[in-house]
Structures are given as C-alpha cells and as structure tokens.
Design a protein around this ligand. Structure first.
Ligand code: PMP
Length: 433
C-alpha cells in the first residue's frame, strides 16, 4: 500500500508544494499532508486506511456529511443523462429558485464555478453598474484569489503571512482600499475621502477566514447605510456562510440582520453540494447589467453544469430546519468541550463563534478577536501541536488556525464523542508549545 508520505512525495514532484490549494500543504502546522481516498458521513479515510472524524467538510460544502445517499443518487442520475450540454437545462433554474426562495434580496442569480469567480464577477458588476472604480474590503476577509481582492486577505494568505500576492499590479491594488474589520470610524473616513468613487464595499457576512470574527452588533447594517447614502453597492460574500449559518430563520448569514438586504450576494460551497458551483445573486436591476442583458461581461463553459446543479439541488432540498438545528447544537457541544479542555490545560484562548461556524484563537483575552490585527497577534504557534494531537487521535481539523471548523448533519454522537475524547491531549500539547 502506498502511504501518505510516498503519495505526498510524488505530488511534490508534480505540483507546487504538492497541492492544488495552499493551506492543504500543512505549511503552518508542519508534517506531511494526509491523502484522503474516501468520505462517508462524518468520516474521511486516508490512503493508509486510517479513519478520521472530519471537521473540514471539504471546506464547507459537506453540510449533509460526505456521500449523502440522496445527493449521490441525484448526481448519478445527472451523470447518466450526460455530463454537460453547454445549453440551458432545467436543473439550473431549479437551483436558482431554491436560492431565491430562501434568500431575501437574491432576486436574480448567475451560476459560476467557484467562489473566486463569483466575487470577481460581483466586483465587476458593481463597477459596471455604478460607473465607479474603488472597492473597499476589510483586512482578514478572504474573497477568493482574483487580483484586486487579495490585499490583506485571510485564509491561505493569512496562513502564509503574506501582505497580498506577487503578480498583482499596483494599479489593481490601488483600486482596493483595505480597512480594519468592525471599524466604523475607518469606514466613515473612507467614504468621506473617496465617497464619490466607491463602487462597492465587499464584506464576508460573518468573517471566517481570519478565524471566525463576529460582526459587532449593527456593523453590517452600518455598511448598508453608508453604501446606500453614497450610491455604492454592498456585496455580501456568503461563499462560506451561505446556507450554513442560519441565525434568524433565513438560510444564509444575511438572515441575521432584519429589514435590509445587500445589493449583491456571492454564494459557493454548500450550494454546489461538493461539486464546483458558486453564484452571484442580487437585486434584479443590478443583475440585469450582466451579459447578455447588460454590458458587464461574464461567461463560463461550465457555469450551471448539470451534474453540479444536481448536487446543489439535492443538498438544498435536504437542508431542512432539523439539519441546521442539529449542526448548531453539535457545534455548541464541541465548542464547549474545546473551551473546557483548553481551560483545564491552562491555555488562554477564545472560541470565535457565530452560529455553527467557529474557530479557536490562542493567547487572546476572553473577549476574543474582533479584527485582523488581533487575529494575527494571537499565539498561532500553539495550533500546530494541537492540530497534530487531534490528527493522531483521528480527528481531521483545518490545517490552519485561521480557518473555521465545519460540522455536518452527519456528525452523530459517536463522531462527537471521538472529537471530545481527543481534546484533552491536544489542549495539553497546545499548552506545552
Ligand atoms: N469568499 C469566501 C468568503 C470564501 O471563504 C472563499 C473560499 N474559502 C472564497 C470566497 C473563494 O471561493 P473558492 O475557493 O471557491 O474560489
């Protein structure tokens, strides 16, 4: 049997860092990445036959757990009918309808293939619709890897400690203004200085790429108010949160705020049910600027691919209130056990949590992390030993302290018990780091 080390050595000869996406390389936690060969329910199995309780969930899509029978069956049916036609077909409308009926403000939808493409398209649409150039983003928020959105980004950019990316021109970077998250005064100052030129403010509905950082009460509504006052659009990036966090009866993080909607949303992850699909959605009048009805160009050979649509439709149809209640409850149980284990081991920390999405920050005060500077100032060196102790005990966590932990409907009592049993030794390893 080929082991994880041999597989990674082969991968490294062929792919930069041995991976197709950087955080997978275990760069910040050290050690050899584990090669997974199958997933079922809450579990992943690696190339050596070891089983793990999975808390990555394919980085979000696996809301129902791996290989959910209904989703797999729907995908098989779609595959049997053909892999893609490059034409209109019924299931793209079906998925769009499921998004629209659950997200107030998502009046029209354009399917794309990745979250990066969704946010890139949303930004172009905002510029095209307003005739303005500047985009405001928050430090530590990650909106995919398109040029203009990489400044002070979270996720892998944060994990690798990069200010942005080589290969992004000054001209592109200069049209992105970056300010600290949860900072109302900074947002007001940006609008006071550049108000007439701001096309959009883009924000994660709940940031979860610098660890989870809850918006201060009313912060999203404040963004809405300022953008509206200055004729700028508000882009709510729900690639991570959409159809995962459900605070107030809707199905995305937007549901947490009442009485207003953003102009544009981006979705990804859960709406593709594990296959490559994402979407831009929003007000009809803004969305109408997209080609072919308007002058803002977007196209995609695989946009709305029928196999991906089938996975998304089956996932959303099965994402019932019970599913969300289970995930919320399970997240609370795991978060409570995590904080208890770390407290027993004498590790200062905060649990960064909004709904079912949470992460841990080390060496912080109990109030936790409110922005990127605070996230970067934490004792991230404690995470590597913590991560490896969990891995050893058969729990697969995100290999970076800046990433959220993802639970699913399939995380049952046995899986949760395995996580809880692994925590004390991991907390001890974090304490001794
Ligand atoms: N926006 C957010 C909020 C994300 O979390 C991500 C990915 N983690 C993206 C955009 C980019 O999505 P993708 O990786 O599918 O390009």
């Amino acid at each position: 049997m080929t082991n994880n080390q041999q597989l990674f050595d082969s991968a490294r000869r062929l792919m930069p860092g041995g991976v197709n996406s950087p955080v997978r390389a275990f760069g910040s936690v050290g050690g050899t990445p584990v090669s997974m060969v199958s997933g079922e329910g809450p579990y992943l199995t690696d190339a050596e036959g070891k089983q793990y309780v999975d808390l990555v969930g394919s980085w979000g899509p696996a809301l129902l757990g791996h290989s959910h029978p209904t989703v797999i069956e729907a995908v098989h049916r779609a595959v049997d009918a053909g892999l893609g036609f490059g034409t209109s077909h019924p299931s793209e409308t079906q998925l769009a309808e499921l998004v629209r009926e659950r997200v107030p403000g998502a009046q029209m939808i354009r399917m794309v293939s990745t979250g990066t493409e969704a946010t890139m398209t949303a930004v172009r649409l905002a510029r095209g619709a307003t005739g303005k150039n500047i985009v405001v983003k928050f430090a530590g928020c990650y909106h995919g890897h398109s040029d203009g959105l990489l400044a002070a980004a979270g996720s892998g950019v944060a994990t690798l400690g990069l200010p942005g990316s080589a290969g992004v021109t000054d001209a592109q970077a200069s049209e992105t203004v970056v300010i600290e998250y949860n900072d109302r005064a900074a947002l007001e100052a940006v609008f006071a200085e550049h108000g007439a030129s701001i096309a959009a403010v883009i924000t994660e509905a709940t940031p979860a790429n610098m660890g989870v950082v809850p918006p201060d009460p009313g912060f999203n509504a404040f963004i809405r108010e300022l953008t509206q006052r200055h004729g700028a659009l508000m882009i709510f990036d729900e690639v991570m949160t959409g159809f995962r966090i459900t605070e107030a009866g809707y199905w995305g993080a937007s549901g947490r705020e009442e009485g207003w909607t953003p102009d544009l949303f981006t979705f990804g992850k859960v709406i593709g049910g594990g296959l490559p699909t994402a979407a831009v959605a929003g007000r009809e009048e803004v969305m109408a600027h997209l080609s072919p009805t308007g002058p803002v160009y977007h196209a995609g050979t695989l946009s709305g691919n029928p196999v991906a649509m089938a996975a998304g439709v089956a996932t959303l149809q099965n994402a019932s209130a019970d599913v969300y209640a289970h995930i919320d409850k399970t997240a609370q149980v795991v978060a409570n056990a995590l904080t208890a284990a770390l407290t027993d081991a004498g590790v200062d920390h905060s649990i960064q949590k909004v709904g079912s999405l949470f992460s841990v920050a080390f060496g912080t005060s109990a109030e936790g992390v409110a922005n990127y500077s605070q996230a970067q100032a934490q004792q991230s060196f404690r995470y590597g030993p913590f991560f490896h102790a969990m891995l050893e005990a058969g729990v697969y966590l995100p290999p970076s302290v800046f990433e959220a932990w993802f639970l699913s409907a399939a995380h049952d009592d046995a899986a949760v018990e395995q996580i809880i049993a692994a925590l004390p030794a991991a907390a001890k390893a974090a304490a001794e780091a």
